[in-house]
Each structure stands twice: as C-alpha cells, then as structure tokens.
Design a protein around this ligand. Sequence first.
Ligand code: PMP
Length: 330
Amino acid sequence: MRYYDNVVELVGNTPLVRLRNVTSGIPGTVLAKVEYLNPGGSVKDRIALRMVEEAEQAGLLKPGGTIVEPTSGNTGVGLALVAQLRGYRCVFVCPDKVSEDKQNVLRAYGAEVVVCPTAVAPEDPRSYYNVSDRLAREIPGAWKPDQYANPANPRSHYETTGPEVWEQTEGRVTHFVAGVGTGGTISGVGRYLKEVSGGAVRIVGADPEGSVYSGGTGRPYLVEGVGEDFWPTTYDREICDEIVEVSDKESFELTRRLAREEGLLVGGSCGMAVAAALRVAATAGPDAVVVVLLPDGGRGYLSKIFNDDWMARYGFLRTAAETPTVADVL
Ligand code: PMP
C-alpha cells in the first residue's frame, strides 16, 4: 500500500511548472513553484510546521498547549493543520475587516477565532495586537509563534524551499523571485541559493507600490499578504540584489492571466511576483532560468480579483457598462 500517514507529511516538495503563455516574447525559462499544492493551500504550511517543531524542542509548546496568533489567513490554516495532528488548541485573532469566509475556513479546521474592531488605535486594549498579547499571557500553556519575528520562519525556507529549487533545476537556476511579506521566503531561499551557488543566483524581491521594502511609507495597496509598513526581523536586508515594485493593477491583471492562460488559479501576490519575474526575464537573456514562487491559490479571492465589478470599482478593468453582454457577442 502506498500512502502518507497524515496530511502534514504532504507539506513541501511542491513542483516547478514552466510558464508558457504569459512569457510570450520573453527569452529564457520562467518556472513557477506552485505552493498552493501544499495541504493547507499555501506556502505558509512550511513555516507553521517548522515553528511548531522548534517550539516543542525548546519546551515552549507542551502537550495540551494552545497556539495563539494574530492571523486571518494562510498562516492560520497551516498552524491549524499541524495543531490538529499534535493535539494543540488554536486561537486566532483577526480584525473585523477580514471576510467571514476567511474566518470560517479557520473554524472549519477546528480553530477558535476572536474578532477585534479594526477602527481602534494599535495601543487600544481592544486592538488585535493587544488582544492577542493578552490571550497569549493569560491562557495557561499558550505559545505565540509570531511569524514576523520567529527565526524558524526563514529557517523553514532555508531548509526546504531553497534546496528544492536548487535540486529541481539541477543547479541551473539563475534568478529567484518572490513577494516579500514577513520576508521569510526570500530571506531563507535567498540565503540558501547564494551559499550553494557561491553568490551566482540573483535574488529579486517583489513588492507592492507603497510598501517599505521598495522605499514607500506603507501607503495602502490592495494586494494581500505582501508588503509592510514596518521592517520585520524575519527579513534579511542583505539578501535581495534587487527589489521590483509592482502596482495593484499589474498584479491583478497578471493574476487573471495566470488563471486563463496557464491554468493556475492563484492569489494576487502570485500575479505580483510573476510581473516582477517577467520584468527580470525580459532582460536576462535566453539562458536565464528564473524561478518565481507562487504563495497561494485563487479561491480565496473570487469575490475580489476574479470579480469584474470589484476590479472595475477600483479602476483595474473596463467598467461593467463597457463589458460585452451576450447580445453584443451573438
Ligand atoms: N503571499 C501571500 C498570499 C502571503 O500570505 C505571504 C505571507 N505573508 C506572502 C506572499 C509573503 O511571504 P513571506 O511572508 O515569506 O515574505
């Protein structure tokens, strides 16, 4: 019989898929590392597993303990998966702007979700930062992974994602491109690839316009999961050779093209990373092997990026009035 003992064993070892259509006219090879094929549907399963393992080893998380984290998305799903298997309780804290669908995904995996008001200052006792700190202090046996400051986050990528990229390309990767959120992915993969290649692999961060990594002040943007308004300790400022700034419009247009032209239904930060990868590949020559990491799937964004009215409302698409109707087509 051939089977895995549990879903956590399915974390990592994601495939590389060549992008064939959105790359038209661009020399070289662009390979996408498809992270939505992780069991929880995103790259964050990797860090969840490593953070829990290290907390257990350090004695911070003991049998029957509780994981408390301010997260509304992918990291929560990853933590919930690992927690189930190992018998921990999960309490996630999220601001009330997070959609009910996202909260329900976490509840479906058995986590408890505490919702806090968005419209209060960070120092307010009701803010989601303060509520998660208080819960972590007051719940007996609670442990807070803190993905923005936990060295196990970049380490998981140094130990798994980086070696996978090197082995899958047989050492021929010339560029690695990823969006930067906590910076864990780019810092861990980047450090591994630089070490193993003697500095030959070029590491490129992709960042939404307005975020600090590309020199902004944290001005709001709509692409989710990437960009910051502060500098997390999980981001290694020495690693990127280049940061490419991408607008929301370009990110979302490419996200839609990945679904239509490559069969990859992925999230907005994937479109952003591919936009940066195409810019890099356009000038890198025919021998370049550009690997771009796609963090999550597109199902969580159906009412936004894949919804024409939402796109039109933000000026990212033709307005509904200009969109052809059945009568125009027939
Ligand atoms: N895209 C999505 C959808 C994410 O959730 C994240 C994680 N915040 C990233 C990209 C960025 O990854 P990292 O935190 O490793 O920089």
